[in-house]
Design a binder for this molecule. Structure first.
Ligand code: QUE
Length: 358
């Protein structure tokens, strides 16, 4: 068992507290292995009416998946020192956990206070309710580490209004509470100081009625307006610049746009992994027309392909290990990332190795 995730029941609630505050509650394989069976048990337990998930500490809900451990496992394997097992098991088990949340038969309420990125989005976006606070920092920053918005990004990002999901997935731009409500990630905004009272109210709620309506009623009582979303002011420019099929065309459109905002966005994109950017755009375009299980099957193939490439290891070292922020991407330009290379990353795995969720 792991101390990294706390599990308890409080009256009619199953309560999960992600508890690695020094790692911003980043999700590791041990936590996934504790969470999965407990959520399965709560899904069928007549005593549990709803599940609440939150992060310990004041900084983060969950900063992501433990990609550093994936990197270390695969690097050891490359050096002939291990079997790379964790590197492969992590994504498979994370996707299976996300799928359990996606299909959860009861209200699944994430209290998202602080940083929520990557793996943290996977633990929240697939549930029925996401309560965010004024401290929310929401992002899908994977192109900075040579991969793509995983945990279902290929499914939920294309379903955000217009090209907002394309913008968020390619740039890794951060959203606060108002933006999160605007795109549809958040369902409610509650001041952080009110979360303890909200949890008490859920625990004390009379669950004899329809469970979902009871939860909606409690959350509505605590919900407050979050103000105007900064994304709204950018929405038309984002639409003009990001509705393209090729990343090169997105960058050209940003040049034509000519604003300071467009120059900033272009500078951000030029720091990201060219391979990561192209794989991401290809995934988001396909994901629009696919079901959730179809998308995550593709994502698992991409996860295997991307983590076996040098960009992932460059990205982790630049962002999380040495933190110098200057990865050497290979290929180093968009032009060198061919359609065949992108296509290769989507290739089916041998039958026994595919992700099976449905
Ligand atoms: C892109 C990412 C991640 C990231 C930074 C990126 C990511 C992730 C973490 C992270 C942060 C703090 C931790 C930790 C991991 O950072 O997925 O263990 O303590 O998990 O630019 O995709």
């Amino acid at each position: 068992m792991t101390e990294d995730v706390l599990l308890e029941t409080r009256g009619p609630l199953g309560l999960v507290t992600l508890h690695r505050p020094r790692a911003l509650n980043a999700l590791n394989l041990g936590m996934i292995r504790v969470l999965h069976p407990q959520l399965e048990a709560w899904a069928t337990s007549p005593d549990v009416r709803a599940v609440v998930i939150r992060g310990a500490g004041e900084k983060a809900f969950c900063a992501g998946g433990d990609v550093r451990a994936v990197h270390e496992s695969l690097a050891r394997e490359k050096a002939g020192e291990g079997d790379g097992r964790l590197g492969r098991d992590f994504f498979r088990e994370e996707y299976r956990l996300n799928h359990l949340i996606h299909t959860f038969p009861k209200p699944f309420i994430a209290l998202v206070d602080g940083i929520c990125m990557g793996g943290g989005v996977g633990l929240s976006v697939h549930g029925s309710h996401r309560v965010v606070t004024e401290r929310l920092v929401l992002a899908m920053p994977e192109t900075a580490i040579g991969i793509f918005p995983d945990v279902g990004g290929g499914w939920f990002l294309p379903r955000y209004p217009g090209e907002l999901g394309t913008y968020l997935g390619l740039t890794g731009a951060r959203c606060g509470a108002a933006d999160a409500l605007h795109v549809g990630y958040a369902t409610h905004h509650v001041p952080a100081a009110r979360l303890p009272a909200l949890l008490d109210a859920l625990e004390a709620a009379d669950f004899r009625g329809e469970v979902r309506a009871v939860v909606d009623g409690v959350l509505a009582r605590f919900s407050e307006p979050a103000g105007t979303a900064p994304l709204e002011a950018m929405e038309e420019a984002i639409q003009r610049c990001f509705a393209h099929a090729r990343v090169e065309d997105v960058l050209q459109a940003l040049v034509r746009e000519g604003s300071a905002w467009a120059a900033d966005v272009r500078a951000t994109l030029t720091r990201m992994s060219p391979f990561g950017l192209k794989v991401t755009l290809a995934l988001l375009r396909r994901g629009r027309a696919l079901s959730y299980p179809e998308v995550v099957t593709l994502e698992y193939r991409l996860a295997r392909a991307c983590t076996s490439r040098e960009d992932f290891h460059q990205g982790i070292r630049a962002v999380l290990v040495e933190k110098h922020g200057r990865p050497h991407w290979r290929p180093s330009t968009l032009e060198e990332v061919t359609e065949a290379m992108v296509e290769e990353a989507f290739r089916p795995l041998p039958p026994g190795e595919e992700l099976v969720v449905a």
